[in-house]
Design a protein around this ligand. Structure first.
Ligand code: DUT
Length: 151
């Protein structure tokens, strides 16, 4: 599968997102912040981090911007809107909304791996309105939820 991608000027020189291992699901996204700058993410604060990437995800697929577990475990830094959705028709820069849930400021530098991108299939659905709830069909669960099956 191929995804046309364009690196904006501030992203040039950074590696394209890549799978770290043979069967990895996600490709790491890198921070396209200016060379030599250090961005501080203070505890409790959020920041939109550029990737320098514009992509054309094929119709029928979506991009999911997910956190990296290592950043979450070591620093409390995660993707605030996880999973962020990259629509197939989006032609703006992919950005990552990071939040620092940790106790220490998190320092971010150019090229750092900040999140991972998964490209997954999505189906387009249409609603079929039914005049009564019975027409939706009976199930074992029925309306049970929120712990109805036990702990
Ligand atoms: O983490 C994210 C989430 C979204 N986007 C881009 C791609 C996506 O296609 C577009 C719109 O995202 P979304 O639908 O989540 O935004 P919205 O808040 O619903 O705004 P809109 O009215 O633009 O759809 O923003 C990102 O770059 N990073």
């Amino acid at each position: 599968m191929r995804i046309p991608v364009h690196q904006l000027p501030h992203g040039l020189g950074l590696d394209l997102p890549a799978y770290a291992t043979a069967h990895a699901a996600g490709m790491d996204l890198r921070a396209a912040i200016p060379e030599g700058e250090t961005w501080e993410l203070a505890p409790g604060r959020r920041r939109l981090v550029p990737t320098g990437l514009v992509m054309a995800i094929p119709p029928g697929f979506e991009g999911q911007v997910r956190p990296r577990s290592g950043l979450a475990l070591k620093h409390g830094v995660t993707v605030l809107n996880a999973p962020g959705t990259i629509d197939a028709d989006y032609r703006g820069e992919v950005q990552v909304l990071l939040v620092n849930h940790g106790e220490e400021p998190f320092l971010l530098r150019r090229g750092e791996r900040i999140a991972q991108l998964l490209v997954a299939p999505v189906a387009a659905w249409i609603w079929v309105p039914e005049p009564s709830v019975e027409l939706l069909g009976d199930t074992d669960r029925g309306g049970g939820g929120y712990g109805s099956t036990g702990r």
